[in-house]
Design a protein. Structure first.
Length: 88
């Protein structure tokens, strides 16, 4: 069974996505903060990370940078933002 790490601070969205992913046959771990996401990613070794950009504490971009420094796990960024920082 594929493992998904779902990271979002919004409890209703976490619940809804977790439910849908479990119904589709995925094992799902959830985190509401960047720090929690990094801890779970290290412990659970997910097959994919669904990561919100806007998180309390460490934002999704920083979590992504730190995950990428340790792993090649696929990361899908979730956001409602309209503007993003320019690379470089």
């Amino acid at each position: 069974m594929a493992r998904v790490l779902l990271v979002d601070e919004e409890p209703n969205l976490l619940h809804s996505l977790r439910y849908s992913l479990r119904q589709a046959g995925y094992e799902v771990a959830t985190a509401a903060t960047g720090e929690e996401a990094l801890t779970l990613a290290s412990r659970e070794r997910p097959d994919v990370v669904l990561l919100d950009v806007m998180l309390p504490g460490l934002d999704g971009f920083e979590v992504c940078r730190r995950l990428r420094a340790e792993s090649t796990v696929p990361i899908l960024m979730l956001t409602a933002r309209r503007e993003y920082p320019r690379p470089g």
